[in-house]
Design a protein around this ligand. Structure first.
Ligand code: HXC
Ligand code: NAP
Length: 288
């Protein structure tokens, strides 16, 4: 889909880059020539991604940090920039989530998720943004890119994941707010809203046996997303010089399907649906 070498002048940080969607983005960025920094709390998955990239001939480094802690973020950025050179782009991908009735949430539970998702995104974005503003515009065409991974319930809201829904909505607001405020510094901010991608991190915490949530049948295209598909979208948004303030959904049509009044009818055989509609039309009262 992209020319090899497309990202050869990029140094890209992926938070939560050791697992799941973050790992897929890190590998794809490196394949296209970027140097990649991955950051998370556990060292083992980060080391594994860096080893995979370097074995394939790419350049990568890892740093262990908790995005909730500003000092930890600053130290990790210093370390990665020492190893890779100045960072040019970031993907705010690190997240925390679990299912919990909102009336049973402890203040600490709300705090944990909002701090990882919203404060973590702010910490990483502002810490890097300050460095970029101080260094000056990168180049006219490309600039610096901040890409944040949200989800479709950032605008829909969702039962049982209240802290995540609040935090992802905040990340979307951060994206759109800074897209205008920081354009003058050549910094672009975009978001991706994925539908269901079966990663261990998400599905082990969110897939409830017997519930229809995260079911393939909700997706009009009839399947789950594959991480490399999302990684290609991330590459596009990181490289696209005139796109900012945008949130692109990649969900096989899921949110439109479950959000629209009559969309559930698409699950019935189409011939049967047409017959029922025709019967309804025939029996509809017509004005004299
Ligand atoms: C209720 C819970 C809980 C649960 C933790 N807590 N798990 N409350 N139900 N299942 C509460 C604890 O009681 C505590 O509050 C507080 O949360 C912090 O708990 P810790 O275990 O100390 O948290 P910590 O080790 O910091 O871990 C954070 C975490 C954990 C969010 C709880 O799940 C995590 O590390 N997650 C990272 C990866 C992840 O979640 N990936 C999924 C992303 S998927 P108190 O008050 O007792 O101190 C995603 C997809 C969205 O976002 C869209 C899908 C379509
Ligand atoms: P994942 O594998 O659990 O990814 C989460 C990553 O965040 C992990 O690598 C984790 O590493 C890191 N992380 C969590 N807390 C952190 C902290 N405090 N500091 C630093 N790093 C932290 O799940 P995923 O499915 O790939 O999710 C990736 C992104 O996609 C998230 O933003 C998620 O909300 C979004 N998303 C996923 C889906 C889906 O269906 N999979 C759908 C919509 C949106 P450590 O635990 O080692 O820190």
């Amino acid at each position: 889909m992209f020319e090899r070498g497309l990202l050869s002048d990029h140094n890209i940080l992926v938070t939560g880059g050791g697992t799941g969607l973050g790992r897929a983005m890190a590998l794809r960025y490196a394949e296209l020539g970027a140097s990649v920094g991955v950051l998370g709390r556990r060292t083992q998955p980060l080391e594994e991604v860096v080893a995979a990239i370097t074995q394939a001939g790419g350049k990568a480094a890892w740093a262990s940090a908790d995005v909730r802690e500003r000092d930890s973020v600053d130290a990790a950025l210093d370390q990665l920039e020492t190893e890779l050179g100045p960072l040019t782009d970031v993907v705010n991908n690190a997240a925390g989530n679990f299912l919990c009735p909102s009336e049973d949430l402890s203040p600490g539970g709300f705090d944990a998720v909002v701090k990882i998702v919203l404060y973590g995104t702010f910490n990483v974005t502002q810490s890097l943004g300050k460095r970029w503003i101080e260094r000056g515009k990168r180049d006219h065409a490309r600039g610096y890119s901040v890409l944040s991974i949200v989800t479709t319930y950032a605008w829909m809201g969702s039962a049982f994941v209240l802290p995540s829904a609040c935090a992802k909505a905040g990340v979307l607001a951060l994206t759109r707010s800074l897209a205008t405020e920081w354009a003058t510094y050549g910094i672009r901010l975009n978001a991706i809203a994925p539908g269901p991608f079966p990663t261990d991190g998400a599905f082990s915490r969110l897939l409830m046996p017997g519930a229809e949530a995260l079911g393939k049948h909700r997706v009009p295209l009839g399947r789950y997303g594959e991480p490399p598909e999302l990684a290609d979208l991330a590459v596009y948004l990181t490289a696209a010089p005139f796109v900012t303030g945008e949130c692109v959904t990649i969900d096989g049509g899921e949110w439109l399907n479950v959000g629209q009044e009559f969309a559930s009818i698409t699950a019935q055989p189409r011939a049967q649906v047409k017959q029922v509609f025709a019967n309804m039309r025939a029996s509809t009262h017509k004005p004299e």
